[in-house]
Design a binder for this molecule. Structure first.
Ligand SMILES: Nc1ncnc2c1ncn2[C@@H]1O[C@H](COP(=O)(O)OP(=O)(O)O)[C@@H](O)[C@H]1O
Ligand SMILES: [Mg+2]
Length: 226
């Protein structure tokens, strides 16, 4: 798997219109990411990191350029086709955990499996195995507000990997955590990358967090500068 292409971005641009005024949030982004990489994207606030992540995550389409995911051009798919790719290929982790408060932890982890059409028994088994992997199996019947913020993010990571998606996109996943819990979360990403071979694309403005990645990309003003 090591050297097969997962992502190829060719001259990606993203221009937002604020009223009549165009704003170039991304300018000529070229980036290749191979299967199994752990890559950190760093840059100041406003440099375009989230805009790039939304494109990588097929949540948004670029206004120019091409995006190849597993050698398939996804720059111009319909929103249904993009939703299917998101479901099969991509796990998302955000700064704010985004767990469903009225569902138990295991039910939260099962959610993406429902969307993929798994039966509940099978979904429950897969979610249990994933909670074991992240060491939260015993707490599976608790609710999000009964565990710590660090644990909530670990559950969100379990939810992101339960589908066995080849890529995990994490936008400031430690932004709401103190440094101890932040390093727990980062060590979990390292483990998932090493043991499951998942490609991890991490966005952060924090150098200490970025250093967990094996490759560092720096952005400034909508461009990659190193
Ligand atoms: N939906 C949007 N509409 C207009 N401008 C946006 C939108 N999203 C982001 N921007 C602008 O694009 C630039 C990059 O934003 P963003 O990608 O969120 O940066 P970062 O994640 O690095 O902080 C910022 O100047 C931001 O104000
Ligand atoms: Mg951002």
């Amino acid at each position: 798997m090591g050297n097969t292409s997962l992502i190829r971005l060719e001259d990606i641009g993203m221009t937002y219109k604020i009223g009549d005024i165009p704003y170039e949030a991304l300018k000529g982004i070229c980036l290749n990411i191979n299967n199994g990489e752990f890559i950190s994207i760093m840059g100041a606030s406003g440099s375009g990191k989230s805009t790039l992540m939304n494109i990588l995550g097929c949540l948004d389409k670029p206004t120019s350029g091409s995006y190849f995911l597993e050698d398939r051009d996804v720059s111009d798919l319909t929103s249904d086709e993009l939703a299917e790719i998101r479901n099969k290929k991509i796990g998302f982790v955000f700064q704010g955990f985004n767990l469903v408060q009225r569902l138990t932890l295991i039910e939260n982890v099962m959610l993406p499996l429902y969307y993929s059409g798994f039966h509940s028994k099978e979904a429950e088994y897969m979610a249990s195995e994933t909670l074991k992997l992240v060491n939260l199996y015993e707490k599976g019947n608790k609710f999000p507000n009964q565990i710590s913020g660090g644990e909530q993010q670990v559950v969100a990571i379990a939810r992101a990997i339960v589908n066995d998606a080849p890529m995990i996109i994490a936008d400031e996943p430690t932004g709401n955590l103190d440094s101890v819990r932040g390093s727990d979360v980062m060590n979990l990403f390292l483990k998932i990358n090493a043991e499951r071979g998942s490609t991890i694309i991490l966005v952060t403005h924090d150098k200490n967090i970025a250093d967990y990645g094996r490759r560092l990309v720096t952005m400034r003003d909508g461009a990659i500068i190193s």
